[in-house]
Design a protein around this ligand. Structure first.
Ligand SMILES: NC(=O)C1=CN([C@@H]2O[C@H](COP(=O)(O)OP(=O)(O)OC[C@H]3O[C@@H](n4cnc5c(N)ncnc54)[C@H](OP(=O)(O)O)[C@@H]3O)[C@@H](O)[C@H]2O)C=CC1
Ligand SMILES: CC(=O)N[C@@H](CCC(=O)OP(=O)(O)O)C(=O)O
Length: 344
C-alpha cells in the first residue's frame, strides 16, 4: 500500500510514521508539508535517521490522488477545505482533526468557531470509533477519526448506557490529559515553566469534545443526553485518564457491570478490562493502542466510577487511525499496532 501523511511534522503525524513503518502491508510512506517543502525529514527529526531520509513534499491534489490512503493530521479548519476535491477520486481519507466529526455544521461552527466542512461531506463521513462502528468503517471513503478525550470516554461508558445499567441523564466526566494533546505549536499554557508543577483546568464547560461525545452516545446507544465534561492539563507528555461518575439503575451489581464490559469487548484486541484498582494508569498504555477500562460501584451512593485510559497520541489519534485503515482494507486490526506499552 502507498500511504501519504499530511501534517507529518506534527505529533500525530510522527506517531503515524512510527507505526506505519512497521506495518506489513505498507510499502511506501510519503510525507507532506504546508511549510517546509524539500527539507529532508530525518534532518529535522533525528530519531528517524536512516528510517525516513526523504524530503518533505508539497501538498497538491494531483499528486495525492495516486495514494491508496491519505492521513490528514492537521489543525482544525484545514481539512474542511483541503479534502473536498479528494473525496471519491481514489484514496481512502482518514482525518485526525475534528473537521468531519460533527454532523451538524452549526455545532462545528459553535464549538470550533470556524467555518464547517461542506454539509454533504459531513453526512457521508464515518465516525471512526472502531470498536463501535466497524461495519461502517469498512465501507467508508472518508473517516472522521475520533478526538482523544471522546475515545477514552466513549469506550468506557457506551457499554453501560447501551445495556441500560447506568442513568445517562446525569453523566459527570472529569478528564485529564498530558501536554502533547495540545500539539507541537508552543503556547503560554504549554510552556514548560508554566505547565510543569502545575495541574490546571481549561475550557471549563466549553470543550469542543462535548458535542462529539453527546452525538456519539446518541449514535451508538440511541440516547439523547447532555453531559458535564471538563478537561485538565497534567504536567506529563502523554496519556489521558477520564473518570465518569453516573447513577446506576436500581439493583445493578458490580459483577453485572464488569460482565457487560467483558462481553462488549470480547473480540476487540485493543480494549482491556482491568479489575485490579492498582493497575490502571497512563503508564500502562503509554506508546500503545490499548484502552484500559476499570469500573467500580460505590454502593454507599449508588453511583458508579468508570475510568478509561489511553495514550492520546496512539489510541486517541494515530493508532486508532491505523486501526481504521486496517478495517477499511480488510486487514487484521492489529497490523502495525502490535506493540507492548512503554510503562517506564
Ligand atoms: N495531539 C493529540 O493528542 C491529538 C490531536 N488530534 C487532532 O489531530 C490534529 C493534529 O494534531 P497534532 O499532531 O497534535 O497537531 P500538531 O500541531 O502537532 O501538528 C499539526 C501539523 O499540521 C501541519 N499544518 C499546519 N497548518 C497546516 C495547513 N494549513 N495545511 C496543511 N498542514 C498544516 C503542520 O505541519 P507543516 O507545517 O509541516 O505543514 C503541523 O506540524 C489536530 O486537529 C488535533 O486536534 C486528535 C487527537 C489527539
Ligand atoms: C491537552 C490539550 O490541549 N488537548 C486538546 C486536544 C484536542 C484535540 O485533539 O481536539 P480536536 O481533534 O477536536 O481538534 C484540547 O483539549 O483541545
Amino acid at each position: 500500500m502507498k500511504v501519504g501523511i499530511i501534517g507529518a511534522t506534527g505529533y500525530g503525524g510522527l506517531e503515524l510514521i512510527r507505526f506505519l513503518h512497521n506495518h506489513p502491508e505498507v510499502e511506501k510512506i510519503d510525507l507532506f508539508t504546508s511549510s517546509d517543502e524539500g527539507t529532508v525529514f530525518s534532518s529535522r527529526f533525528g530519531h528517524l535517521l536512516t528510517i525516513h531520509d526523504e524530503p518533505l513534499k508539497k501538498i497538491g491534489v494531483n499528486t495525492l490522488s495516486n495514494f491508496d490512503v491519505i492521513f490528514t493530521s492537521t489543525p482544525s479548519g484545514v481539512t474542511s477545505k483541503l479534502l473536498p476535491p479528494l473525496v471519491g477520486v481514489g484514496p481512502k481519507l482518514i482525518d485526525l482533526s475534528g473537521d468531519y466529526r460533527l454532523k451538524n455544521p452549526h455545532d462545528y461552527e459553535k464549538w470550533y468557531k470556524k467555518d464547517s466542512a461542506p454539509t454533504e461531506l459531513l453526512k457521508d463521513s464515518v465516525y471512526g470509533l472502531t470498536e463501535w462502528n466497524e461495519e461502517e468503517v469498512k465501507k467508508a471513503s472518508l473517516i472522521a477519526n475520533p478526538g482523544c478525550y471522546p475515545t477514552a470516554v466513549l469506550l468506557s461508558i457506551l457499554p453501560f448506557i447501551k445495556e441500560k445499567l447506568i442513568d445517562p441523564s446525569y453523566l459527570i466526566i472529569d478528564a485529564k490529559s498530558g501536554i502533547s494533546g495540545a500539539g507541537n505549536k508552543p503556547s503560554q499554557a504549554t510552556h514548560f515553566s508554566e505547565a510543569n508543577e502545575n495541574f490546571s483546568i481549561y475550557k471549563i464547560n466549553e470543550h469542543q469534545h462535548i458535542p462529539e461525545i453527546e452525538q456519539a452516545i446518541d449514535l451508538f446507544a440511541g440516547v439523547k443526553t447532555t453531559i458535564s465534561f471538563n478537561t485538565h492539563l497534567v504536567p506529563m507528555t502523554r496519556g489521558i485518564l477520564a473518570t465518569t461518575y453516573a447513577p446506576i439503575f436500581e439493583g445493578v451489581t458490580e459483577e453485572q457491570l464488569i460482565d457487560c464490559l467483558l462481553d462488549t469487548y470480547k473480540n476487540n484486541p485493543f480494549v482491556r478490562i482491568v479489575t485490579d484498582v492498582n493497575s490502571i494508569g497512563t503508564n500502562r498504555v503509554k506508546g500503545s493502542n490499548f484502552c484500559d477500562i476499570l469500573v467500580k460501584l460505590d454502593k454507599r451512593t449508588n453511583r458508579v466510577t468508570i475510568i478509561g485510559v489511553i495514550d492520546n497520541l496512539v489510541k486517541g489519534a494515530a493508532g486508532q487511525a491505523i486501526q481504521n485503515m486496517n478495517v477499511q482494507f480488510g486487514l487484521p486490526q492489529t497490523d502495525g499496532l502490535d506493540v507492548v506499552p512503554l510503562f517506564i
